[in-house]
Write a protein of this length. Structure first.
Length: 206
């Protein structure tokens, strides 16, 4: 699949859970004791979390927190997130707040592991209510906004949310976020000490 889509022609590709998983402890989790990621993740000393900010059918929206939590977790880790710690095999009927909290908790395990060796970037274009992983996503209904970057993952996701709410064409995405209680993820992230929902926006003109 990677070869078919041309990814292998762009850069080396590492399937991080090809050999085994490793557990990254989570302090203060309500649902998860550890984030489960591919063992190859230990080979890297810096992470660039580059996310496409957009809507999502389960989480309401996807930014850097979801991108790292779900994206870096192995198959078993994804199962634990989607089941709120009940199973390494996804259980899709998990209570919504528990799913969102588990997603944030897995993020915390990864973030604590990498420490300061990470930067968070959200690209706000092609703003559909659906995730890029959807095989038949809804067409984007918002104009491109720009690119946001921060060392604080909560702040950069919150800033994107605020830009959506402040946009005249953000109604579809706002409806998707609110229908999935998406902002609960940011509230839980702030409670767990992952960052602040208060921020200063610094604009860089071209």
């Amino acid at each position: 699949m990677l070869v078919d889509h041309g990814f292998a022609a762009i850069a080396p590709v590492d399937i991080m859970d090809a050999d085994a998983d490793m557990e990254l402890p989570i302090e203060g989790g309500k649902h998860l004791a550890a984030a489960v990621v591919g063992s190859h993740y230990s080979n890297y000393d810096f992470t660039i979390n580059l996310a496409h900010f957009k809507g999502h059918g389960m989480a309401g929206f996807g930014g850097v927190i979801k991108n790292m939590s779900i994206g870096i977790s192995s198959a078993a880790g994804k199962g634990l997130i989607h089941s709120a710690g009940a199973s390494a095999t996804p259980i899709w009927s998990t209570e919504q707040n528990a799913f969102l909290e588990s997603m944030v908790e897995a993020f915390k395990g990864i973030a604590d592991y990498v420490g300061e060796n990470i930067i968070y970037i959200n690209v706000m274009n092609n703003l559909s209510v659906d995730c890029d992983c959807d095989s038949n996503p809804s067409l984007p209904t918002m104009e491109e906004i720009g690119i946001l970057a921060s060392l604080d993952p909560v702040a950069v996701d919150q800033a994107c949310i605020d830009l959506v709410y402040g946009s005249p064409d953000g109604q579809d995405l706002i409806k998707r976020i609110e229908s999935r209680i998406g902002l609960h993820a940011l509230a839980h992230a702030e409670t767990m000490g992952l960052g602040s929902r208060q921020y200063n926006m610094v604009r860089i003109d071209s």
